[in-house]
Design a binder for this molecule. Structure first.
Ligand SMILES: Nc1nc2c(c(=O)[nH]1)N[C@H]1C(S)=C(S)[C@@H](COP(=O)(O)OP(=O)(O)OC[C@H]3O[C@@H](n4cnc5c(=O)[nH]c(N)nc54)[C@H](O)[C@@H]3O)O[C@H]1N2
Ligand SMILES: Nc1nc2c(c(=O)[nH]1)N[C@H]1C(S)=C(S)[C@@H](COP(=O)(O)OP(=O)(O)OC[C@H]3O[C@@H](n4cnc5c(=O)[nH]c(N)nc54)[C@H](O)[C@@H]3O)O[C@H]1N2
Ligand SMILES: [Mo]
Length: 782
């Protein structure tokens, strides 16, 4: 573990720092040799899909695409450490609950199905059949299937997800909260009515042809490192790359490709962004509006800006948008975006100077109250110049989990379209439930109200990833039964219901042997490419089952003779599952044949063909007012200047994968050996009467009378606008109120939390030297 320090990072993103970090990750997991071989199989034609992010690969080409954080994700799964029955015998759950998130996962791979024993407060081994029978008993005893909740995290394969949604709907509910609800839900909610598809419209080839690439609220250097390769190449051929981000992010500034011998030898690096706009958090809608207002003004002055042919043939609502833009006040746009009119105009000039442009976005856009409106404004921007459905142009919501997009395609959706249910009814001969189910936040409410009795999770870490941590924990603890299908121990296993089960599963990197031989699964990346993934490592334990097998055996145990689906036969050979997928989804016709081709195939994306699957048959311009009454605005008004209300963004460090903490460093932001830090403008530190390095507590300003606090964060002076804070998730999730959700999409607004700071017990702690082996047990604040 590194020494605790704050040290400005001078290098580029990638480069030697990345290689060093990977070596350390492999050594930590005791897998130097095997791990290295495993790494070379990630994203290869016959290998497994990288369990890191959802960024696509270049046709699964033969050269290994180096990715530091992909390597860490693979190393974390291929670790030689094990958390078996002996481990659980040594610790009560009360003891485990005192440990940090880092420590829990660091115990290694789960090896046996385990059941909670209240008498000894321990997890004890249980037989698989008995585990399935126990879950089935609970499910079948519920008076109403809507009292059961089935969560999904976005690593589940298409095959697992398809069987899962089928089982749960045969059982009788649409209660499918998933990680997408906390992630890109607003992207789908915005784009589907506007352009007819809820997914990105670009492919990697478009990145080789775009003249301009706009990146709103995304940190690819950490979260999608392979995207930096595309950006670097685009920069080298002269494309403009424009970043909008309140924080200065190193990966958006400079990048050295570890595969480029010259850059590595000379310590050279390629700049990434040609323009960097440090706007106010939540100011992206105003920024997009400013750019569009500028376009209209230039169009009026000299013409040639808008794609009139496209607008006339392919869109509706242009006049209303134009009228709204003309009426908009520059002063409002400046105030809310935090950018000057000249800056907004220069961003607009880059856009109008580009023949083709791509707009990318991430969590900095989606996790806001007005995220759906902001995404519709970004889409308006694209439509004004016909930048959808032609080479080098389009919308690129950059997805998170490696198969989160595929899971939604397979029907993991609490509000399923009627057409999907109709088809399930036809193919499988049962009547699927038509009532919409609950999303993630609604699921927590259901449990809090005592109307959610059984909680089942296919992956993920619900207790840590969700907002309002202590309310969520109360919710989970009220359940009759909580069940987690997982690879590693995490918070959700120690914050459990009256009864609890942990079901250990195979990871992506592992060989999945079924009756018909070794099986591959399929995944869909952020650009709608579907391809096979097959593990190469022996399973971490002989007891592990694959996710499809777990779902099938649970379905057989629960539904019994009620179901006509041949559950156990299906998982003997996953090609049989794919046959059924092809019968339910037309886009998956000839699925087995098409996915056998190396690199797989791309799902049809109608918007990219300029076919608009919208009610009006055209793409829609949708005007939106600049939001001036968000919870942050309201909290500031109420405080009336008596206190500084900060806008807190909760975000990822370089050494974590969501709630999985790989280490305590955030290299590109210069943080080492610690995670309880809060980035803040130096003038704000002074105005608080504090100094850099002081410790503070954060309290949410909310109007429901609940106290939400997170204690003991070290102030780190940073290049961030005044009035803003950034700190890591999940430590800050206790600060995000359950009622803080995005309009329409219901996404927790994790990038828009109004908070105030107070000194932590008056302790001054500038230049701490202590080495921290784990964060303070904030997560154990039961
Ligand atoms: N190594 C690694 N890879 C990952 C993950 C991981 O945890 N670790 N997580 C995966 C998942 S599930 C996801 S969803 C993605 C997440 O990837 P990202 O979308 O990059 O997510 P974040 O790191 O939360 O934040 C993104 C950026 O938004 C900026 N930001 C915050 N508020 C605003 C705002 O109001 N406006 C603008 N313009 N910017 C803002 C922050 O400064 C930050 O740079 O990554 C995936 N890949
Ligand atoms: N405050 C705040 N909260 C956030 C966010 C934020 O930016 N700020 N981001 C949100 C986002 S974008 C997301 S996507 C969610 C993430 O929410 P989740 O997807 O629920 O969380 P993860 O941390 O990705 O899940 C990690 C766990 O998955 C299990 N796991 C890993 N691999 C496998 C596998 O192959 N199979 C199975 N069954 N289990 C596996 C391991 O046990 C591991 O502990 O968090 C959200 N929460
Ligand atoms: Mo995500």
């Amino acid at each position: 573990m590194s020494e605790q320090k704050i040290a400005f990072y001078k290098g580029p993103a990638g480069g030697w720092g990345a290689l060093r970090s990977v070596t350390q990750a492999l050594l930590r997991q005791d897998i130097a040799v095997k791990g290295a071989r495993t790494l070379l199989s990630a994203n290869q034609p016959d290998g497994f899909d990288c369990p890191g992010c959802a960024w696509p690969d270049r046709n699964h080409q033969s050269t290994f695409e180096f990715c530091e954080n992909g390597a860490k994700a693979v190393a974390a799964e291929a670790t030689a450490r094990r958390a078996g029955p002996e481990f659980f015998a040594r610790h009560t759950v009360a003891e485990l609950a005192q440990q940090s998130d880092f420590w829990l996962e660091d115990q290694g791979r789960l090896t046996h199905p385990m059941a909670y024993d209240a008498a000894t407060d321990r997890y004890l081994p249980i037989d698989w059949d008995e585990a399935f029978a126990r879950i089935a008993r609970h499910l079948n005893a519920l008076p109403d299937p809507d009292q059961a909740i089935f969560y999904t995290s976005g690593r589940a394969s298409n095959e697992a997800a398809f069987l899962y949604q089928l089982f749960v709907r045969e059982y009788g509910t649409n209660n499918f909260p998933d990680c997408s609800n906390m992630c890109h839900e607003p992207s789908g909610a915005a784009m589907k009515p506007q352009i007819g598809v809820g997914k990105g419209t670009v492919t990697l080839d478009d990145f080789t042809q775009a003249d301009a690439i706009f990146i709103f609220g995304q940190n690819p250097g950490t979260n999608h490192p392979r995207m930096l390769g595309e950006l670097r190449a685009a920069h080298k051929r002269g494309a403009r790359i424009v970043s909008f981000n309140p924080l200065r992010e190193r990966g958006l500034e400079r990048f050295a490709d570890p595969q480029d011998k010259r850059e590595m030898a000379t310590l050279g690096a390629t700049p990434i962004s040609t323009h960097y706009f440090q706007l106010r958090a939540g100011g992206d809608l105003a920024a997009a509006k400013g750019m569009m207002k500028h376009l209209l003004e230039v169009e009026a002055a000299r013409g040639g800006v808008l794609d009139h042919g496209f607008i006339a043939e392919h869109t509706t609502g242009f006049e209303a948008l134009a009228a709204d833009l003309r009426a908009e006040d520059w002063a409002v746009l400046e105030e809310e975006s935090g950018l000057m009119q000249a800056q907004l105009r220069s961003a607009g000039d880059v856009y109008l100077g580009a023949r083709s442009a791509i707009v990318c976005w991430g969590m900095g856009i989606t996790q806001h109250p007005h995220s759906v409106a902001t995404i519709q404004m970004l889409t308006n921007l694209l439509l004004l110049r016909g930048n959808i459905g032609r080479p080098g142009a389009g919308a690129c919501p950059v997805r998170g989990h490696s198969n989160v997009q595929g899971d939604r395609t397979m029907g993991i959706w609490e509000k399923p379209p009627a057409a999907l249910l109709d088809r399930l009814e036809q193919v499988f001969g049962f009547a699927p439930p038509r009532r919409p189910g609950v999303d993630t936040v609604e699921a927590i409410r259901l449990m809090l109200e005592g109307r959610g009795r059984v909680f089942f999770a296919l992956g993920g870490n619900f207790a840590a990833a969700t907002p309002d941590t202590f309310a969520t924990w109360r919710a989970l603890r009220q359940c009759d039964l909580t069940v987690h299908v997982a690879t590693k121990l995490n918070r959700s296993h120690v914050v459990h219901g009256r009864e609890a089960l942990i079901l250990p599963c195979l990871g992506r990197t592992e060989i999945d042997l079924q009756a018909a031989g070794p099986q591959g699964v399929t995944v869909e990346d952020s650009m709608s490419m579907v391809h096979l993934s097959a593990g190469i490592n022996p399973p971490a334990s002989a007891e592990l089952l694959s996710e499809p097998a777990i779902v099938a055996r649970l379905a057989a145990a629960t539904l019994g003779a009620r179901s006509r689906t041949p559950w156990l036969w299906l998982v003997e050979d996953y090609a049989r599952i794919r046959e059924l997928i092809a019968r339910v989804f037309d886009d998956f016709h000839d699925f087995n044949a098409r996915v056998a081709v190396p690199g797989g195939f791309r799902l049809r994306n109608t918007a990219s063909e300029r076919v608009w699957a919208t009610p009006g048959g055209k793409a829609a311009f949708v005007p939106h007012a600049v939001p001036r009454d968000t919870p942050v605005h309201r909290a500031r008004r109420r405080a009336g200047g008596a206190q500084t209300v900060f806008h807190l963004m909760t975000t990822r460090s370089h050494d974590q994968y969501n709630t999985t903490i790989y280490g305590m460093d955030d290299r590109y932001r210069g943080v080492y050996g610690q995670r309880r830090v809060v980035f803040i403008h130096p003038e704000d530190i002074r105005a608080l009467g504090l100094v850099d390095g002081d410790r503070v507590d954060m309290t949410t300003v909310w109007d429901d009378g609940e106290a939400r606090r997170a204690d003991d964060f070290r102030l780190v002076a940073y290049d961030i606008p005044r009035g803003h804070l950034a700190a890591y998730y999940p430590e800050t999730n206790p600060l995000v109120p359950l009622s803080a959700t995005a309009l329409v999409a219901g996404t927790p607004t994790s990038k828009a939390v109004p908070v105030v700071l107070t000194p932590h017990g008056n302790t001054r702690n500038a230049g701490a030297t202590a080495t921290v082996t784990q964060p303070p047990p904030a997560n154990a604040l039961a």
